[in-house]
Design a protein around this ligand. Sequence first.
Ligand code: NDP
Length: 462
Amino acid sequence: MPQFDYDLFVIGGGSGGVRSARLASSLGKRVAIAEEFRYGGTCVIRGCVPKKLYVYASQFHEHFEDAAGFGWHVGETRFDWRSLVEAKEKEITRLEGLYRKGLENAGVELLSTRAVLVGPNSIRLTATDKVVTAERIVIAVGGHPTPHSDLPGRDLCITSNEAFDLPELPKSILIAGGGYIAVEFANIFHGLGVETTLIYRGKEILSRFDNDLRRGLHAAMEAKGIRILCEDLMQSVKQAEDGRREVSTRSHGTILVDQVMLALGRVPNTTGLGLEAAGVAIDEKGAIIVDEYSRTNVPGIFALGDVTDRVQLTPVAIHEAMCFIETEYKGRTVSPDHDLIATAVFSQPEIGTVGMTEEAAAKRFEELEVYRAEFRPMKATLSGRAERMIMKLVVNAADRKVVGAHVLGHDAGEMAQLLGISLKAGSTKDDFDRTMAVHPTAAEELVTMYQPSYRIKNGERI
Ligand code: NDP
C-alpha cells in the first residue's frame, strides 16, 4: 500500500503546473492537479495569448493605411470589439481544451477545485472538503495584478484581468504603469481607436530596458498619438456625473476618461493557501522562497513560476517545471538557468532584447564597443510611414563577446529569440561579422555593423 494518495500533487493549472503534472504522470507517477478557474493559467486565459491576439487586431488600421502605398485601395473599414472578444474566447477555450486533453492523456487526475495546504504532505480540496496526501507537492499558483489598494477610487479601475472582456470598447483610457503590460495595452487600445494616455512615475517608460530603445519607443508611441505622462502619479479616481472616471494626477491636473487601467506589476497568489499550516516560508512580497531546485524550506514542497517571483515569464515557469522533473524524477540534478533570458515587449513598434543594457554593461566592463544602427525599414518606404528601427549590439571589448542585443522595430520579438541562442552560445562580435546576411531583411543589420558607433571606457562615452 502506498503511503500517500499521490506521488505528486500540483496546485495550479498554469504553464508551470501543467508541465510538471503532465511530465510526472507520463513517467508513471500518480499525479493530481487542482485548478479553481480555467486550465492554461494567466498566459493562456488572460495574458500572453489573448494579448498577442489583440496586438494583431490593433495593427490592422495601420495595415489598411499602408496598403495605399502598394497600390491597394481599401474601402471603408469598421472595427467590432464584440467580434474580437468572441473570437478570442473561442481560441482560448480551444487551447484550454488542449491543456486538459494533454493532462488526461498523460493519466493526470484533474480536480476542479481550489486546493490549500493543511500540512507538509496534506492538501484540502475546498470543493469537497476532502483532505488528500502526496509525497511531493508543487505550488504553481501564479500571481495577480498589484491591487494598488491605497489609491482612492481603486474600485473604479480595471486591470489586465478585465481589459480583455470589457462589455464595450471605451472611447478613452488612462493606463497607469510603465512596464510590459501598460505599454502593450496602451498600443493595443490606441490601435483599436481608443484615445489613450499612459501615466508613469519614472523618467522614461520600461525601466529595465536599454535607454535607446526606451526613448525610441516613447517617441514612436507619441508620434502615433498616444499621450505619455512621465514623472507623474494618479492621486485619486472618482466617478464623474456622466459615469466617466475623473482622475486627479499630481502634475497633469484632472483627466476625464471612460476607463482607468492599473498595470503596476503583479504579486504572488499566496494569500489563503495554507502556507503557514505547512510551514512554507515567504518573502516580504509574499513570494514563496525557493532554492535553485525550486525547493521550499519544507521537504517535499516545491514552488515554481510567478508564485516564486524569480522571473515572471511563461517560458521560465515551464523551464523551472522541467528542471524539477529532471531533478526529482529522473535523477539528473538540473537547476533553471535564469541568465540571458530573451524577452519581447509587444508594443508597436516591438522591442526584442537579450542580455545587458548598455548602461548595465558599462558598469560591469571596463571597455565596451557599441554597434548601433537606426534606419527606415523597407516597408515604410512605399507606405510612407514615418517609422524607424533601432538595432544595437553591446560588446565587451576585452573578449569581443556580445553581451547585449537590442532591437526596436517590427518582428523584434522573433529576432530576440534567435539572438538569444547566439548570446547563450557565447558568440563574439567576430562570429556576427562572419555570418552571411539574409538579404533583404531588417535583421541583416545585426551582422553588417562592422565598425563600432562609439566606445565606452570606464563608464564614459569616448
Ligand atoms: P512590470 O514590472 O513590467 O511594470 C510595473 C510598472 O508599474 C513599472 O513601470 C513600475 O514602475 C510601476 N509601478 C509599480 N508600483 C507602482 C506604484 N506604486 N505606483 C506607480 N507605479 C508603480 O509589471 P507589469 O504589471 O507590466 O507586468 C507584470 C509582469 O508580467 C512583468 O514583469 C513581466 O515579467 C510579465 N509580462 C511579460 C510580458 C511579455 O513577455 N511580453 C507581457 C506582459 C507581462 P518602475 O519601473 O518605476 O518600478
